[in-house]
Unconditional design. Sequence first.
Length: 399
Amino acid sequence: MSAFSLHMDIADNHFYTGESSPLFSRQQAQQARHFHQKITGYQPTPLLAMNELAALFGVHKILVKDESKRFGLNAFKMLGGAYAIARLMCEKHQIDINDFSFATLKSIITEKMTFTSTTDGNHGRGIAWAAQQLGQNAVIYMPKGSAQARVDAILRLGAECIVTDMNYDDTVRFTMQTAQEKGWVVVQDTAWQGYTKIPTWIMQGYTTLADEAVEQMASMGIPRPSHVFLQAGVGAMAGGVLGYLADVYGTSNLHSVIVEPKQADCLYRSGVKGEIVNVGGSMSTIMAGLACGEPNPLGWEILRNCASQFISCQDAVAALGMRVLGNPPGLDPRVISGESGAVGLGVLAAVHFHPQRDALMQQLKLDRDSVVLVISTEGDTDLKHYREVVWEGLHPAAQ
């Protein structure tokens, strides 16, 4: 089999403390999951065992959490946006979150609200979905270069969708300013001074997928993963999920790796320096959901304390992951994973095919006993680009 070298910078976290956060405990996750379980159509997304791929890559287990099956929305993001909007509306109308239902709340709302957010696609789709369920308005802003397929998915949910001529982080600032002027409610998955409650709820909403995975692993007879690879944009999903897993398993029992595109590796750079480092510019990467240059301070704190390593990698790593998941060996289940969803598995594949495979395995502490959990956070949310990568060979592994 071919050997080829894809660019991956791997940095150990020298600022690791092992300190977990009570905001992302098992109790908080189970409260969020209880909310999601009441939504029509809820079911846990599959946790798939890629046994033949694990044998090929030289580890004991590879487990893929397939979030393309989430409420028919092809991505995990609605878990956070819907939960945050529900918590917000419960607070406004003095309803216990445990008694919440979209139908009940919709019937008592007398004044229409407008929710707004910046998105690379999936988060905005979740906000639009939740607003639609409540009969409210949503205005979603997207950064320049956003795929038309992702715009159309938001429009189909009845929201207004505006693509700006700015990058993601500048679009966030524009959204905030516009919301202040118009009296809209910002539901954003990153935090800043004076804006932490809603991002915390969003991150807690994401922990539902991790709570499902823990339950699913237990049902498979797997006491815990040895490794988890978590992709990061601002770090909201990675922080929430890692915070929960650290509470359940203990941080010292989990080797956690945070993966980003090289063009937007703000958390990698922050991990190297030990404090928040922002990345500017166009951040042009195929991993659109990870094209964020400014870390979420809430997520960053957890990642600084609990992550084992940070990786910055080229786009071809994600493309490789998409192709491997879509064409697995033997009887392993096929996973349709998008550009951001596939990068964790892409790292494993890139390590396997690398000329320095053994050294990289050792650096990542991977061996024949490793049980590796990866989260495929999205499916083919940009179908045209998915086929360009998987069918046509865009972003090839070997140049």
